[in-house]
Write a protein that binds this ligand. Structure first.
Ligand code: HEM
Ligand code: HEM
Length: 174
């Protein structure tokens, strides 16, 4: 079994960490507070939707790479809870990140947003009555919580257990 993840997976992990955290922060603190009638929101929508679709495509490629390449053995800390929670968290991160993009696509299609952003269709007044909007909002909080847990676990390994876990998700001889 290799000591590290495949370099393609490492690249995708760090690129997607940047994109996902960026989309979460910009979605919550820039996109949502803007009024749909504000012309500047067009730019925010274009960037957010473009980034969201890129994330979806890269997450699917990453899933293929993860399933198709050899990876290091599961970490055994000797504590039942973290050993069980770690793989669940990893698969939940895949599922929730993909579901975020899918709910964003459903919401935008239900409100005619692509026509408003990329054509000359009318801009929806808001997304208040669209169930996919509520799903997108709840999933975004779940994703933030999962990422916080994941980063806390990585820091715990790196600085408290000092087991060099971070090296598994970095480049080098496998
Ligand atoms: C910026 C903060 C982050 C740090 C410090 C970090 C650190 C790590 C480390 C050290 C591993 C290796 C774990 C092991 O060897 O078992 C890992 C794996 C993983 N990380 Fe992160 N990570 C971060 C952000 C993210 C984000 C935003 C996601 C969201 C998708 C994510 C998803 C995953 C997944 C799914 C794995 C398992 C390997 C895989 O299938 O790609 N990480 N992370
Ligand atoms: C993984 C990818 C994505 C992430 C992390 C993300 C994140 C977010 C966040 C954090 C919010 C604000 C939630 C809130 O305040 O309750 C938001 C709102 C939104 N997102 Fe996404 N999103 C993603 C993908 C997409 C995609 C692919 C689309 C459309 C094609 C989309 C369309 C929207 C729209 C229309 C809003 C509502 C803005 C408003 O209320 O004015 N998102 N997104």
């Amino acid at each position: 079994m290799p000591r590290r993840y495949h370099p393609a997976l490492v690249t995708l992990h760090w690129l997607l960490a940047l994109f996902l955290i960026g989309a979460l922060i910009a979605g919550r603190f820039i996109l949502t507070p803007q009024d749909n009638a504000d012309p500047a929101k067009l730019i925010s929508f274009t960037l957010h939707m473009g980034l969201g679709l890129t994330i979806l495509a890269l997450m699917l490629v990453r899933l293929g790479v993860r399933l198709g390449t050899a990876h290091p053995p599961r970490v055994q800390t000797g504590k039942a809870l973290p050993d069980r929670v770690a793989p669940l968290t990893h698969w939940a991160l895949y599922a929730v990140a993909i579901a975020m993009s899918v709910s964003g696509i459903v919401m935008s299609r239900q409100t005619g947003l692509p026509d408003a952003v990329f054509g000359d269709g009318p801009m929806p007044a808001d997304f208040d009555d669209v169930p996919a909007r509520a799903v997108h909002g709840v999933l975004s909080m779940l994703l933030m919580a999962l990422i916080a847990l994941h980063v806390a676990a990585a820091l715990w390994h790196q600085f408290i257990r000092r087991d060099g876990l971070m090296a598994r998700m970095w480049f080098g001889p496998r």
